[in-house]
Ligand binder design. Structure first.
Ligand SMILES: [Zn+2]
Length: 315
């Protein structure tokens, strides 16, 4: 049996998972992300945690750890170079190389966290049994990950799978976090769903229970849509329509088996996948939409540690 560590580095915590080659999660835990020294601190912490676990585990200590995969919230170049990662206060770092050195040469690989989550869902989650999936994570932003025939499509500049920044509106006056205008993220992220709803509220006097909520959240919009609030329903279906527009194009580029919808917003459940499926059918006519699985993510916050470990199983 081979053993791998899967590391998911976030802005506040680092999730660490120990898995075997069959995808069984043996143990998982979290440590705070200690920023500073251009990433040296949290990489050292991770190395210490892994060493500690291996020393305390008779089986892995005997057989040796076979590899460590890392997911990181920023663009990663094909050679593992991270030019900039704002959330981690990191510039010009080779995180996998550094971690491998600290672990005495254990092989390590790094990839973007959204891509890694998609790989995790493909391996042990909603895409299990398939090898080509497109995943979108609807959280504060819109993350995207594409796995084609078992391999992450991260591209030559680390921009592969950046679905959240595909332009879906021509006439947008507000700027996206990326500097562009009209990005999917501006309509379909948790923040985007609220933004769309507020615009709709301001545009009319139509009654809606959303008007009674002081600090409207994406969950409020989804909950009220489910309860039949017409304006909430229209807002949310517009947000999902923009996502469906993008997915219908991706369908004609990579033609995956499965579209996986994850992130906090996906807790709203089948209402979202139903809306997406219905809208997708109107944007492309080459493949019948019923032939794609459009499903909710299964692994939640663990997708990253599964996917990071799975990185080490790709050739
Ligand atoms: Zn953008």
């Amino acid at each position: 049996m081979k053993y791998y560590a899967g590391i998911d580095i976030g802005g506040t915590t680092v999730k660490i998972g120990m898995l075997d080659e069959t995808g069984r999660l043996l143990s998982k835990w979290e440590i705070p992300t200690r920023k500073g020294e251009n990433g040296q601190l949290f990489i050292k912490d991770i190395a210490g945690e892994i060493k500690g676990y291996v020393e305390g585990n008779e089986t892995i200590r005997q057989s040796g750890l076979n590899g460590v995969g890392i997911g990181i919230p920023g663009p990663v170049l094909p050679d593992g170079y991270v030019e900039i990662c704002v959330n981690l206060a990191v510039r010009e770092l080779y995180p996998a190389r550094l971690l491998s050195e600290l672990l005495g040469g254990v092989p390590a690989r790094v990839a973007n966290d959204a891509n890694v989550a998609a790989l995790g869902e493909m391996w042990q989650g909603a895409g299990k049994g398939h090898d080509s999936i497109c995943m979108v994570t609807l959280g504060t932003g819109v993350g995207g990950g594409i796995v084609n025939e078992g391999r992450i499509v991260s591209g030559m500049h680390g921009a592969g799978g950046e679905i959240g920044h595909l332009r879906v509106e021509e006439n947008e006056s507000e700027r996206c976090n990326c500097g562009g205008y009209g990005c999917l993220e501006q309509y379909t992220s948790a923040t985007g769903i609220v933004r769309v709803a507020k615009r709709n509220l301001e545009a009319s006097n139509e009654p809606s229970r959303m008007r009674d909520i002081a600090y409207l959240s994406a969950k409020d919009v989804c909950d009220l849509a489910k309860e039949g609030d017409a304006l909430a329903l229209r807002s949310l279906s517009y947000s999902m329509d923009r996502l469906a527009y993008v997915l219908s194009h991706i369908a004609l580029i990579m033609d995956p088996q499965v579209f996986v919808i994850g992130g906090g917003v996906s807790k709203a459940g089948s209402l979202l996948t139903d809306m997406i499926r219905e809208a997708m059918g109107s944007y492309q006519s080459i493949v019948d939409v019923s032939r794609y699985d459009i499903v909710l993510a299964k692994l939640g916050n663990d997708a990253g540690i599964y996917g990071a470990a799975r990185l080490m199983l790709s050739d």
